[in-house]
Write a protein of this length. Sequence first.
Length: 276
Amino acid sequence: MSYKRIMVPLNGMDDAGQALRLAFDLGQRFEAEVIGLHAATETSSALPYMGESMSGALLDNMVAALEKESAARQQAAQAALDEARQAVSGNGQLMVRKGAEDDMLAQYGRLADLVVVARGASDTALSESPTMQAAIMNTGRPVLVAPPERAGTVARNIVVAWNGSAQAARALGAAMPLLSQADTVTLLQIDEGSGEGPPIEDAVDYLAAHGCQAKALTQPHGHGSIGDDLLLAAHNQGADLLVMGAYSHNRIRELVFGGATLEALLDATIPVLMIH
């Protein structure tokens, strides 16, 4: 198994530089194509309801303004993709589809092996973003969340959060291309006094069957959230990637790994790979 198509949503407004650089770095490692997905504005759906009182000239002006803005956003998305591609001499192209970005990503992200999204700097950028929700909840693909700051190495020292759940197992499988090439892999279990599914030692054996040598690390639950425990352990291990499963009740802000809310991971300074 490998990653051969990596997708990055590009709206031409938000800074996706780190996500693009991360995507092209991985694209070079796996000889994969990077697809920048740009959702172009559908002028007809973007216009408000027009009454008979609106003149044809005013309508024409509004359409022209929307088309100009849409063209500028597409040019900005293409420029961002070109800049990142030239930095590593990677293989990439811009895919333009008309519609809302979250809808287009939900559809076309299903045909990517990996979706890379940029995490904004604000507290609500992760939990309130329709694009982030579409990536994690609707593509069915692993999602790599890139932090605002540029990381050094990526996926050479990986910590995998393990609690024996189906979500953790899916994350383990989704990360296998990265795990098989990593220098160090640590399976991390936060001991809450109860667990489900196979123990961490069996997960280590599973990775060994795939040619991946990993070590098991079990730590007690601290005074903060499970998310805090995961981030602290990843930092102490010198990790450059955290892998975790995710499930939710109905919103991204309620995504959890065991008791770890996704919002607790907003402070992550390393990329986080997750799958729903």
